[in-house]
Design a protein around this ligand. Structure first.
Ligand SMILES: O=C(O)CCC(=O)C(=O)O
Length: 285
C-alpha cells in the first residue's frame, strides 16, 4: 500500500501567514435526489462560512443516499466531471474556502460498482486531493445488513495533503475502525473523516473511535456525519464532532442537519506534542 502526499508550497506559505484556522463539519440526512442534497449542502456550507470556517467537511454520501445502495451507480461521475464535482469546485471557489466533499460516487471499471471517494477542493476551486475509501463496511445484526463490497470498489492508497490547516489525512467512515491506516500517515496534524455511521454501531462506538484516533495521533479530528432517518429506511447516528488532540470534543451536533465549528490551534497542538511525545516513542511502525 502506498501513501500519496499532495503538497504545495503555496499551502505551506499560507499556513505560516494566515491566522484564521476555523473549521467546520456539516451534518446532513441526505436522500435519494442529488439536486436536493446539493441545495441543502450549499445552505449548510454557507452557514459554516458565515461563522468563519475556512475548511468545511461534508459527510459521506452527502450527494446521494439512494433508495437502494445500487442507486449510486446511476449518478456516478467520471473523475473531473459531473454535477457533484462541479458543485464542490464552484462552491469552494465562490466562498473562498477549502471544501472536503464528503464522498462522491466515482466511476470504476465494474459496471455495478462505484468508488466511494473523498475529493478535496482548495479555496480557488482546484482539486487538492482524492481519497478512495479503503475499508468496506460489512455488518449483519438483528435484521440490519450492510455489504459495501457489493457496490463499492475499494481504494488502496493512503492520502495526506498539505493545507493552511496543517497536514491533513483522509479516511471515510468504517476506516475509523482501523487505527493502522492513520498511524501510517506521517506527521499529520488533522484527520478528516466524513461518515454515515449506522445508528446501531454509532451509538455503541462512534464517539470512542473518533476520540481514540485524536488521542493516539495527537491530532485534531473533524468527523462529519449523516444523522437522521433516510428514505431507504436507514437510520444514521449523527453526532458530528470536532475533537482536539487531547481528545476533548470542541463542538458536536447529536442529530439532524447543521454545522459544528471549532478553531484549530497549532501552537496548542505543538505544546501537547512536546508535553506528551508519544508519537516519537513509537516502537512498532
Ligand atoms: O463502522 C461502522 O460501524 C459504520 C460504518 C459505515 O456505516 C460505513 O462505512 O458506511
Amino acid at each position: 500500500m502506498s501513501t500519496r502526499a499532495h503538497s504545495t508550497q503555496q499551502a505551506a506559505a499560507r499556513a505560516a501567514t494566515e491566522g484564521g484556522l476555523r473549521v467546520a463539519a456539516v451534518q446532513m440526512a441526505s436522500g435519494p435526489t442529488v439536486s436536493a442534497n446539493l441545495t441543502e449542502a450549499e445552505v449548510l456550507i454557507r452557514l459554516a462560512a458565515r461563522q468563519g470556517a475556512r475548511l468545511v467537511v461534508l459527510p459521506e454520501y452527502f450527494a446521494i443516499l439512494g433508495l437502494r445502495d445500487s442507486d449510486k451507480v446511476a449518478v456516478r461521475e467520471q473523475p473531473g466531471h459531473g454535477p457533484i464535482q462541479d458543485f464542490l469546485s464552484r462552491t469552494a471557489k465562490k466562498l473562498g474556502i477549502w471544501l472536503v466533499g464528503g464522498s462522491v460516487p466515482l466511476w470504476t471499471e465494474d459496471p455495478v460498482k462505484v468508488r466511494n471517494t473523498t475529493l478535496v477542493f482548495d479555496d480557488k476551486g482546484q482539486l487538492a486531493a482524492r481519497y478512495d475509501k479503503i475499508h468496506l463496511f460489512g455488518f449483519e445484526m438483528g435484521g440490519e445488513t450492510y455489504r459495501e463490497e457489493a457496490t463499492i470498489t475499494a481504494g488502496d492508497e493512503i492520502v495526506v495533503f498539505d493545507s493552511p490547516f496543517g497536514r491533513v489525512g483522509l479516511g471515510i467512515c468504517y476506516d475509523l475502525r482501523f487505527p493502522e491506516l492513520f498511524r501510517r500517515m506521517q506527521a499529520v496534524d488533522v484527520l478528516v473523516v466524513p461518515a454515515a455511521f449506522t445508528e446501531t454501531t454509532g451509538r455503541a462506538h462512534w464517539e470512542t473511535l473518533v476520540r481514540a484516533r485524536a488521542i493516539e495521533n495527537l491530532a485534531y479530528v473533524i468527523a462529519s456525519a449523516q444523522g437522521g432517518f433516510h428514505r431507504n429506511g436507514r437510520e444514521t447516528h449523527g453526532d458530528s464532532m470536532i475533537v482536539d488532540p487531547w481528545g476533548i470534543v470542541l463542538d458536536r451536533l447529536p442529530r439532524g442537519s447543521g454545522v459544528v465549528v471549532a478553531e484549530i490551534d497549532r501552537d496548542y497542538q505543538a505544546r501537547l506534542r512536546q508535553s506528551l511525545p508519544a508519537l516519537s516513542h513509537r516502537v512498532f511502525s
